[in-house]
Write a protein that binds this ligand. Sequence first.
Ligand code: PEP
Ligand code: MG
Length: 883
Amino acid sequence: TKWVYGFGNGKADGRAEMRNLLGGKGANLAEMSVLGLPVPPGFTVTTELCSHYYDHDRTYPDELKAQVQAALGQIESVVGARFGDKANPLLVSVRSGARASMPGMMDTVLNLGLNDETVGGLAARTGDARFAYDSYRRFIQMYGDVVLGVEHYRFEDELEGIKRERGVSLDTELTAQDLQTLVDRYKAVVETDLGQPFPQDPEDQLWGAVGAVFGSWMNQRAITYRRLHDIPASWGTAVTVQAMVFGNMGDDCATGVAFTRNPSTGENAFYGEYLVNAQGEDVVAGIRTPQNLTKVSREQAGSDLPSMEETMPETFRQLCDIRDRLEAHYRDMQDIEFTVQQGRLYILQTRNGKRTAAAALRIAVELAEGGVIDQREAVRRVEPQALDQLLHPTLDPKAKRDVIAKGLPASPGAASGKIVLTADEAETLAQMGDRVILVREETSPEDIHGMHAAAGILTSRGGMTSHAAVVARGMGRPCVSGAGDLRIDPKAKTVSVGGITLKVGDVITIDGSAGEVMQGEVPTVQPELSGDFATLMGWADAVRRMKIRANAETPLDARTARKFGAEGIGLCRTEHMFFEADRITAVRRMIVAESVEARKVALAEILPMQRKDFVELFTIMTGLPVTIRLLDPPLHEFLPRTEEDLAEVARVAGVDLGRVRHRTAQLHESNPMLGHRGCRLGISFPEIYEMQARAIFEAVVEVKAATGETVIPEIMIPLAFSKKELDILKAAIVAVAASVEKEKGAKLDYLIGTMIELPRAALRAHELAETAEFFSFGTNDLTQTTFGISRDDAGTFLPDYTRAGILEQDPFVTIDRDGVGELVSLAAERGRKTRPEIKLGICGEHGGDPASIHFCESVGLDYVSCSPYRVPIARLAAAQAAL
Ligand code: PEP
Ligand code: MG
């Protein structure tokens, strides 16, 4: 087996396509070598060797040593130095490199090959003893830390100690003699801590470093990182060994990092930083202020430190040339590491650069417009989730964050405002022009007006599908939910966390994309939806198959959804329309009514309001399908809570308070999520659904008369588990339609379908499809009922499940393909068998999650429906799923 792949001198055994075998770093070094770029020679030990190492009790195959020897020999002949040679030593760097970049693994050991003897050779050949001893002490420090496991601070203490003794403050002020003393002290530290001297044999050093890279593949940080990013352990890491070049040999030396385009804005301008007379880790360590690469960016930054363009014009030109070649070759923005040794430029690494969402869009669009990539590739290049950053005001990345609490990133965007603890307060203050953050233990439907008035919502309880999270996402309000450390004291009107006590009226900032809560106001920046955004979304729309609808019930949500490109409404949760302050009492009166007659009186009052809602919705969505779900209240959300509520209901219903109280107690449920909700309510009280159907049909007639537009409503029955429920309810709706047709002399077109929210409904889908003309997968409830995990309480224990590796992701965020997903695909299949043309969609929160959208494409759903602010994400994700 070939375990070792050499590169350098214009040749290489590997290529960029071999990143699985050589890791990202190794593959790109090989590629750059072949391109003729100035890459110091080296070799890469394959990821397969890493797997072999773990499969064979952490040992190497016999033939490995000879292969490494031969590859080292190649480097020696290109460089003209020998590994371990006292007079003319070759030094190497050893770096890890997996297929996907993985912070948390051992990264780099520099200057390997130095020992008590070779250091003299290096000093003599370079005529620079200070440089030689500085390199040696850096090597002992790095190797001691990452390979031998000596605590980092042990070396730092010695370094500080000697600076104190010499009365200097900078490392660069230490003399060659000082550094030699430091080397002795470092070696003593290693010997004390490990009971063994620092390894002097360069071969031992090399194998030690290779073993450390492989060992780091299984360290805890790397394991955690892999779990979070779905990277299989079987991939393994490669190790790259490369001849050292030195950026720390004087003022004609430098080291730096460059991006072929600006990684924060995407502007097609060379961008980067460098340090004169330094080694790579100095840039990262932030000891010295790096200088700008170009004159323009130096001037923009208002820096007095000269740019590379000004101090090393010739080298800078070479670097610019390499920038053009690498970007043209990789057809993407590159992040390049380089070193200048005595005026000679070397490239040590290139990779696709990390970038902000705005930069990703701009780069993808400009590359496509420049003909470097095609439009489909541009669509593929932008991560849908990242669009979130663009759709909401976000915290100014330059601003300082004083984080006082953490919760779940429930609804993205950032907002600052005064703390308020009740919805009414939120509304009052907002009306007076204040920006407020509504802080609650959890929210309920009664808080909607306050949530609407607030700039952001913060709760101390609840998960990603808690009421606060779902409603906030729907409204496009930033929300941090389940910040468990918050203590809210409504009496004292304070919120305390970690020793800090804030009062109502104090200003906080929440970042719903990061789940962070900050004290005071942090500046934000506004979103920009035209330009590159619009261009890329247009390309995405051209390739996607699935339609994108929105979950919306208010006119504001519906308008937002259209603005973001929704192609209809996939879920109008009518119960949300019932919480408006002016109707909640009528709704409560209907719920607690003890007779059909009493209920009908209350319903008659609600009917015109509902009709008006639908007229508005249909008008906003003209020409597009609108799915209206009949009432699905977890009943407890509607019951009167306070004494005032009870009294109010009693007053308007004209019954005595005791009766209302008794009835409310009667309706109380221990498991409301599994209680008298969804179509069960319609079965018990058919007049409720009849009223809603009438409101819908009358609205259709009214819109037709007013605008000439024909609306085809899709009426959806929630939480059914049998065809029988559907038969009964469909018959009632059809009867209402017939009477509206008769009364108005109109002809109505409509669909009646159901949600699939229960495992039984999925299993009996072939029967349900006999009655239902469409299915919409309500994966919130379907997840809840498949797992038997309450969606409102999951937040308290699901993190333990992900930590323990039982669940990889929160199943309420990303669809559980194995369980819930199987029910979805089985129901789709069974439904289609009965009714081949059945319309299939999804309207649970998963409809806005890119991974779940890929799943929906694979099952062949007709559309996904999600909160208005997720519509662009869904458009892009659906396009990528179709590619
Ligand atoms: C669902 O259950 O997935 C759904 C969309 O309905 P709701 O969230 O209103 O229960
Ligand atoms: Mg549901």
